[in-house]
Design a binder for this molecule. Structure first.
Ligand code: NAG
Ligand code: NAG
Length: 468
């Protein structure tokens, strides 16, 4: 199904791509020039961070340090297909353990998966169903939380601060809150939404996620995370979206993607060297995880134009576009809308009324699930509508070619993702059979020596990666 992949990147192509990358990712590529020795001065700097005081408490927990790095959109085969050019990831893998692949969840989109990684719960329970959501107050629905009925109609959008409204996040406790409650220090960089207090609790250090095309501070985030783990912190979490953005913009098989991976690899390698230099290699566990893969949105993908099927008078809002789309009906127009949606070819898009969403998607009981859920099958792409009813309402949402790479599909090999881990808690050289995104949370808690909250993970799927 997929185009044959070039095993090697020729120098000329490498150079040409480098030029493209410089023009498109000019700032990112600058970081590549930093000499590795720079890492040592950074780590050995005698000036300590302000938050370095708590050495007493940390002494107890020194064996339980964990750095979680979430690299968005890291497809399961990105590493294998160019591993000769990725010495950093290779070192991590040979020193530790990794999954053959991680089975993505539904939907294989960022916000829902990030929240599953941090809770071990499926979206219908943690409530973050997509990168875009719509809250509609429904006073007559007794299953809806009372407080929610008083909140006016509100949009959740990956692209802006609407994601910081506390009511989206009040349902479940994420890992950084649990660890903070246990009296440990947590540091998060570029992580959604550590900046929203949960029951009044915030982690010790948090820089909230900001949507960006080029993350220029990943290297600093990693080295600062290490500094904190050296100075009394138990858990550090660093998020990066560069690989995902390049995958969307240039496609998963582009040289730009491969070069960006080489660039990130250098920063991972630098981190591993810095851990060695810190003298704490026997205390710090490093996990690289991701949320989903990526597939090409090329000419062979069939477009389904929503406007050709629905009467816009029946539609209240269309939420998202591409692979997983939900639609809120106008008052009393639900039956009419159902009828028009039924004309969408089921070979391409599965259309569910909220109550008929299959259990295996773990979605239907989500508080913010809307009247209809549309799920594109691999090989199909849903083009959104023009105008105010579309969320987000930008030129991409109603474009047939908003980007070169896409994700969100259910049950598709290209959506698989990765899990790599090394450190004192993990076996060396162990290759773990595939497990699910929901299975990861319990690994984090085990490494930290804390009891997990209720979750949907299966311990048998992951336990063999850990030393007894
Ligand atoms: C975020 O964007 C959505 C539309 O995409 C909009 O409805 C909402 O008002 C925006 N929220 C903020 C806080 O900017
Ligand atoms: C997943 O995809 C495979 C191969 O395309 C197919 O045989 C299988 O029935 C699908 N499973 C589900 C649950 O859709």
């Amino acid at each position: 199904m997929e185009a044959p992949r070039r095993e090697r990147i020729s120098y000329k192509k490498y150079k040409n791509s480098l030029l493209t990358l410089v023009s498109n990712l000019s700032i990112a590529i600058l970081l590549f020039q930093f000499p590795l020795t720079d890492a040592y001065s950074h780590i050995r700097a005698s000036d300590q961070l302000d938050d370095s005081a708590d050495t007493g408490a940390s002494a107890l927990n020194n064996n339980n340090k964990l750095l979680i790095i979430l690299i968005d959109g890291f497809r399961w085969d990105y590493y294998t297909r160019q591993k000769a050019k990725l010495p950093g990831f290779s070192q991590l893998i040979s020193d530790g353990t990794h999954a053959e692949w991680v089975e993505p969840m539904f939907p294989s989109l960022s916000y829902p998966t990030w929240t599953t990684i941090a809770t071990g719960l499926y979206p219908e329970e943690h409530k973050i169903l997509g990168n875009y959501m719509l809250h509609r107050p429904s006073p007559i629905d007794t299953t809806t939380n009372d407080e929610l009925s008083t909140i006016p109609e509100t949009v959740f959008s990956l692209l802006n601060d609407s994601t910081k409204l506390p009511f989206w996040w009040k349902f479940v406790e994420q890992i950084w809150t649990t660890v903070t409650k246990a009296g440990r220090k947590v540091s998060l960089a570029n992580w959604a939404r550590c900046d929203v207090p949960f029951n009044g609790i915030l982690p010790e250090v948090c820089t909230g996620y900001v949507y960006q095309d080029v993350n220029t501070h990943f290297r600093d985030d990693l080295l600062n995370a290490l500094k904190r783990l050296q100075n009394g912190f138990s858990l550090a979490m660093v998020y990066d979206d560069l690989i995902d953005h390049v995958g969307h913009k240039f496609g998963p098989d582009s040289n730009e993607l491969k070069l960006t991976l080489v660039h990130r690899d250098a920063q991972i390698r630098e981190l591993l060297m810095a851990i060695q230099m810190s003298g704490m290699a026997n205390k710090i566990n490093v996990i690289i995880t991701s949320d989903h893969g990526m597939t090409s949105l090329d000419k062979t993908v069939k477009r389904i134009y929503l406007e050709e099927f629905v009467n816009m008078g029946d539609v209240h809002r269309v939420v998202d576009y591409g692979t997983v789309v939900s639609i809120a009906a106008e008052k009393d127009r639900s039956a009419a809308l159902a009828q028009s949606l039924a004309a969408i070819p089921s070979a391409g898009v599965l259309v569910y009324s909220k109550d008929d969403i299959p259990e295996e998607l773990h979605y239907k009981r989500g508080t913010f699930a809307l009247d209809f859920l549309l799920v594109a099958k691999p090989g199909y792409f849903i083009v959104g509508v023009k105008g105010e009813k579309q969320i987000p309402n930008d030129e991409k949402s109603s474009s047939a070619q908003p980007y070169a790479g896409v994700h969100g599909y259910f049950n598709m090999t290209d959506m698989r993702t990765v899990f790599f881990a090394k450190g004192p808690a993990f076996k060396k050289g162990k290759i773990q059979p595939p497990f699910r995104v929901v299975d990861q949370y319990q690994i984090f808690m085990k490494v930290l020596g804390l009891s997990p909250n209720r979750h949907h993970g299966n311990w048998d799927s992951v336990k063999d990666m850990l030393v007894a």
